[in-house]
Every structure is written in structure tokens, then in C-alpha cells.
Design a protein around this ligand. Structure first.
Ligand SMILES: [Zn+2]
Length: 292
């Protein structure tokens, strides 16, 4: 089995899957089957959640934010291989499942509406933390994260300002979470392809002399928003499929244009072939024929 590290669209899809199971319900029982995920769980984790009502399930960058009635926020990150499963509390049958899958079920939330939300994470790079809503702006995990790419404030001017003066590659700039939140290797490759910009281009070339956006910045912002919206739409359909199956959230089907398609003909029909190069230790897929 191959993991696709969740990026913003996958986390948004998970959020949409969790919301109906959790919003408006109370945590009746919280099970932690180990003391740590990527980091230790807070000692008072269970105490701060049990009995609390979920007021909303949100997302900031790749973090899920579960607001509870006490004013706390449960911050959750899927890491590399984390996923949630939504099931129903029924006669304990589910919990006696000794399948391989269940061995990696680390945290289980039993909700007052009968939903059971299980966090499974074989590689344990995921994390959970509780922070007071009032102090979320100072939360170190979130503090230096840049704008949400689907938010109105993220536009060509903002991206150009962030890239002006940057001598790194455009790909490296887009992977920098301070420049824009939630993008990873896959959607950066896909967005650059759609914008027909080379991943090797110097980041500052999408800005004019005074940091103003040029046509490349505008094309790139449009491409980023489009690729994320398309992926969220596709995630929505995979969500419906999973609902019919076992309720898993976090296993996605994708249709990429260039990512992981080395040697395939360019989907733009430019007669070029998708090429793989390594930038900062990670694979980049692009078409040298039409991405300049
Ligand atoms: Zn091409």
C-alpha cells in the first residue's frame, strides 16, 4: 500500500466527513490506546474532551480544528498516514475486530449521537493537541502559517509580495508554508503545470520590480485555487464512495496531470513528455515543453 501524504484538499475532505459525525454531539467516551502519536498526547486529553459538546469542525492549513463547548480546540494533524473512520456504536462488535487495521487505531471518540470516530495511523506522524481558542493565535504550530490559498485574501498581489526577492525556485517557494498554507509536493507540481510555469523558475520572477504581481503571478494563483477546488470536489465523491464502504476518511483516488506520470505524454498536447527531476530532495514532475 502506498501512502499519499495528505495535503489541503485531503484534509478538507476529512473535515467534511467528520463534521456530520461530530458537530452538535458530545464526547461521551474518549479512548487513547497509546500515550503518544508523533508527540505525547496531553496528560489531561481525555478529561478536557469527555462531556464537551463539539461546536464546530474546522480546518487551518493541514490542521483539523474541533471547537468544544469549554472553549478548547482539539488540533489534529494527519501526518503521513493518518486517517479517520466513522462508524456507529453497536454492541461492541466493532471493537473486537483484531484486524491488522485495528492495531493502528490509536484514538477513538465515542459521540453522544452514536457515532464512533476512530483515528488510525500506522506510521504515527499524526498529532493531537488541545489549546484554548483564546490563545490559538499564539499557538506555535499555527503561528507562522501563511494565508489559506482558497481564502479571498490570497491573491496575485499577496503571492507576488511573498515571492519578491526570493532567489529560491518557484517550487520551493510554494512549498514554504509561510508563503501559502497547505500545499505539498503534489498540488504544487499540478498547479505549476496548469499555470505553465517551470518549477525551476526563480520565485521572484512572478513579481515586478516593486513587488507588484505580473501575469505569471495571476496565472499561478488561479491555477492553485483551481487545482485545490478540483481536488476537493473529487474528494467529495470519494467521501460518498467510502460512506458506502467502511466510513474511512483519508484514502483518496486522484487524477493527476503530471504528478507521478514520468515519461507520459504531456496532457497539454505540446508533444513533450512529463519529466521527473529532484528538487530539495523531492521529486518534481513537469513538462519542459510547455512549462517555462
Ligand atoms: Zn507540455
Amino acid at each position: 500500500m502506498r501512502f499519499t501524504v495528505p495535503e489541503l484538499p485531503e484534509v478538507e475532505t476529512v473535515r467534511r466527513g467528520l463534521a456530520p459525525a461530530m458537530e452538535g454531539a458530545r464526547f461521551t467516551k474518549v479512548e487513547t490506546r497509546r500515550k503518544d502519536l508523533r508527540w505525547p498526547l496531553p496528560k489531561d486529553f481525555i478529561k478536557r474532551l469527555e462531556g464537551q459538546k463539539v461546536e464546530g469542525v474546522g480546518r487551518r492549513a493541514k490542521y483539523l480544528t474541533v471547537d468544544v463547548s469549554s472553549g478548547d480546540v482539539l488540533l489534529m494533524h494527519l501526518g503521513m498516514s493518518g486517517s479517520f473512520r466513522v462508524g456507529r456504536d453497536q454492541a461492541g462488535a466493532y471493537y473486537h475486530d483484531k484486524s491488522k487495521l485495528a492495531a493502528h487505531d490509536h484514538v477513538v471518540f465515542h459521540m453522544s449521537n452514536g457515532s464512533v470516530v476512530t483515528f488510525n495511523d500506522p506510521r504515527r506522524f499524526g498529532s493531537m493537541k488541545i489549546v484554548p481558542r483564546a490563545r490559538i493565535d499564539q499557538e506555535p504550530l499555527l503561528r507562522s502559517i501563511g494565508p489559506e490559498p482558497l481564502g479571498n485574501e490570497f491573491d496575485a498581489a499577496m503571492l507576488a509580495t511573498a515571492c519578491a526577492g526570493k532567489r529560491t525556485s518557484l517550487k520551493a517557494a510554494l512549498l514554504d508554508q509561510r508563503v501559502v498554507a497547505g500545499l505539498g509536493n503534489i498540488y504544487v507540481c499540478e498547479a505549476l503545470f496548469r499555470a505553465r510555469l517551470s518549477p525551476k523558475r526563480v520565485a521572484s520572477t512572478i513579481a515586478g520590480r516593486n513587488g507588484e504581481p505580473n501575469d505569471k503571478a495571476r496565472a499561478l494563483v488561479d491555477a492553485i485555487k483551481a487545482v485545490l477546488n478540483d481536488a476537493i470536489k473529487a474528494g467529495g465523491s470519494s467521501l460518498r464512495d467510502h460512506r458506502r464502504a467502511d466510513g474511512s476518511l483519508g484514502d483518496f483516488q486522484h487524477n493527476f496531470l503530471v504528478y507521478d506520470r514520468e515519461g507520459k505524454p504531456c496532457p497539454n498536447g505540446c508533444k513533450g513528455k512529463v519529466k521527473r527531476i529532484v528538487q530539495n530532495g523531492r521529486s518534481t514532475f513537469y513538462c519542459p515543453g510547455c512549462q517555462k
